[in-house]
Design a protein around this ligand. Structure first.
Ligand code: AMP
Length: 289
């Protein structure tokens, strides 16, 4: 497994693979890898001969006061796991490499509308940071395809929109959410939870599952969302949102618009102590109700 920090070495290697007609799949991460990340690597192997993973904690997507400084960095352990999965190259640039112009970097990628709602509302600038670094990483790696997790469902849609709007020659592949045994979606930020909050955190996926069940049974959407918020608040969560959306543009859907084929998603974000958790459940309404 090649581990490289600079763009020149990365490009030389990927150019060689391209010359040999070897398809390249790319998995961008911020490291502190768990089974969710590793499942994306496995998907990458199914789509290409060569797999490149990046590990880079991108300062541009953290607002002041967020956890950039304390974000877990576990490079040695991450590399061991990636080696075991047969990854071909791990790109671990530092910020001088990714943003050599520092404050002089004045080009940013914005995907308005889709980036302004939900996560974008609670984390202004977040998707600009994500899209800018993802486009830069795409230009560095020049992959044929890239795998993103449905755990960050809005991020997946925003990246897809950027790729479509800018005609990027990268196929975006989605990986299903990996969960702990009690249903909590795996996340590097779960490590922040103390043991009491870790026990409580399972209610987030449960509240989503129950909300879905209620909507499926024909309970009024507002009521189902409010029930989920109330359940979470009772458990001690500070809830940013629990909301049903159609799963392409994340627009609100009225019951009349929901048919048996409408792809739906319930998205949630809530804090336990200082730890902000997100989760979602995707479904189509069953035909019976
Ligand atoms: P991060 O390191 O948090 O930036 O995540 C890197 C990639 O892993 C993103 O595409 C995430 O959506 C994905 N990911 C994170 N957690 C999970 C999970 N529990 N299941 C599947 N994919 C995940």
């Amino acid at each position: 497994m090649i581990v490289c920090q600079n763009i020149k070495q990365l490009r030389e290697q990927t150019a060689m693979w391209r010359k040999n007609d070897e398809r390249i799949a790319f998995v961008p991460t911020m490291g502190n890898l768990h089974d969710g990340h590793l499942s994306l690597v496995e998907i990458a192997h199914q789509h290409a001969v060569r797999v490149v993973v990046s590990i880079y904690v991108n300062p541009l997507q953290f607002a002041p006061g967020e956890d950039f400084a304390s974000y877990p960095r576990t490079l040695e352990d991450d590399l061991k796991q990636l080696q075991m999965l047969g990854v071909d190259l791990v790109f671990t640039p530092d910020t001088q490499i990714v943003y050599p112009n520092g404050d002089q970097q004045n080009t940013f990628v914005q995907v308005p509308k889709l980036s302004d709602i939900l996560e974008g509302e609670f984390r202004p600038g977040f998707f600009t940071g994500v899209c800018t670094v993802v486009l830069k990483l795409f230009n560095m790696v020049q992959p044929d395809c890239a795998v993103f997790g449905e755990k960050d469902f809005q991020q997946l849609l925003v990246v897809r929109q950027m790729v479509n709007d800018l005609d990027l020659p990268v196929e975006i592949i989605a990986g299903a959410i990996k969960r702990e045994a009690d249903g909590l979606a795996m996340s590097s930020r779960n490590n922040y939870l103390n043991s009491a909050d870790r026990a409580t955190s399972r209610y987030l996926s449960k509240a989503l599952a129950f909300c879905r069940q209620q909507i499926d049974r024909g309970v009024n959407v507002d009521e189902a969302e409010k029930n989920a918020v109330a359940t979470l608040q009772k458990q001690g969560f500070i809830v940013d949102y629990v909301t049903l959306r159609e799963a392409e543009r994340l627009e609100k859907v009225s019951p009349a618009d929901i048919t048996a084929n409408t792809e739906l998603v319930i998205l949630a974000a809530a804090k336990l102590g200082n730890t902000r958790l997100i989760d979602n459940v995707r479904f189509v309404k069953s035909a019976k109700s």
